[in-house]
Write a protein that binds this ligand. Structure first.
Ligand code: PBG
Length: 321
């Protein structure tokens, strides 16, 4: 044998030399859940180690993350039923706690990259990402709500908007609304290929945002398909998205690779709640080594072609060593 692949694995130093994929805290965006009130830090029961924070507590959390080198955060709101309605009106109420929270975060930490979520579901009494009429999700009517929400979030100072709704045409619609109001510097990270996935379960617990009827299959993508990811990516790029995101990450590594191979925009992947909880639950039972599983998963997402990873593991990863 003159070719022995094991020679390149013979010591840690050699392995480090030939290692192709290196994870860095700088690649990560940490999703955080905001609730109304003060002095509240409540663990999400289906996501061990992940909390819903009131704004004062969230500021402390961000401060501790900054010390660990995390620079980017994606904040999601959890609203009580009493503030929800069919049209998600609370989403652009300037006095609503989410917008006040975003403003407070940006004021205290102007240097961070702050991302927000654009979708109706946290504010919708139907628990859907669009306006519902006779059991159908209306596309074009929803765009108007998304645009109002986007403007309100841009005005609160966010750096990146994350439309996670999967309505057709929303990236272009939002881009135009932002530009015509002077927010030309606000970026859009589009949830480009967002699949109708079972892995969002724990997130919907965290936000109490599960759909009240039906599922999200008329707008989120079919897990069996890859070709339409190319159509979605084409549209998002044309409509002005700055980043393309694939979600979830683990069952869709091929989609990450497909977009990375075909589009020049930075690719992001969302390592979603169920993917996090799956590792946490089996590690708690002693069935797998949680830390190694986390590293393997994050590395595989980056290896597949995602430069950016949204992950609930961000703080745990940043705390290693
Ligand atoms: C909804 C939204 C979801 C997530 C982010 N934004 C869930 C859904 O589509 O029902 C899921 C994130 C996660 O599971 O971690 N706009």
């Amino acid at each position: 044998m003159n070719r022995r692949p094991r020679r390149n694995r013979k010591s840690e130093a050699v392995r480090n030399l030939v290692e192709e994929t290196t994870l860095s805290t700088r690649d990560l965006i940490f999703p955080l859940f905001l609730i109304e009130g003060s002095k509240k830090k409540v663990e999400v029961s289906s996501m061990p180690g992940i909390y819903r924070f009131s704004i004062d507590e969230m500021l402390l959390e961000i401060e501790s993350c900054l010390k660990l080198g995390i620079q980017s955060f994606d904040v999601f709101p959890a609203y009580p039923e009493s503030l929800k309605d069919p049209f998600a009106k609370e989403s652009y109420n300037p006095e609503t706690f989410y917008l006040k929270g975003l403003r407070a975060i940006k004021k205290e930490f102007p240097e961070i990259c702050l991302m927000s979520d654009v979708a109706m579901d946290p504010y919708s009494s139907d628990g859907h990402d669009g306006i519902v009429q006779n059991g159908k999700i209306l596309n074009d009517e929803t765009l108007e709500v998304l645009a109002k929400m986007s403007l309100a979030q841009a005005d609160a100072g966010v750096d990146i908007l994350g439309p996670s709704d999967m309505m057709d045409g929303r990236v272009g619609y939002i881009r135009e609304e932002l530009d015509s109001h002077g927010f030309t510097d606000v970026s859009i990270m589009s949830y480009t290929a967002k699949y109708a996935s079972a892995f969002y379960g724990p997130f919907r617990d965290a936000l109490d945002s599960a759909p009240k009827f039906g599922d999200k299959k008329t707008y989120q993508m079919n897990p069996a398909n890859s070709q339409e990811a190319l159509i979605e990516a084409d549209l998002d790029m044309e409509e002005g998205a700055d980043f393309l995101m694939v979600k979830p990450a683990l069952s869709y590594l091929d989609i990450i690779k497909l977009l990375q191979d075909n589009f020049p925009l930075p690719i992001a992947a969302y390592n979603v709640s169920g993917e996090y909880s799956m590792i946490k639950a089996s590690a708690e039972k002693g069935w797998i080594d949680g830390e190694r599983a986390m590293l393997e998963v994050l590395t595989s997402i980056k290896r597949a072609g995602a430069k950016i990873i949204l992950t609930y593991f961000a703080k745990e990863f940043a705390s290693l060593k």
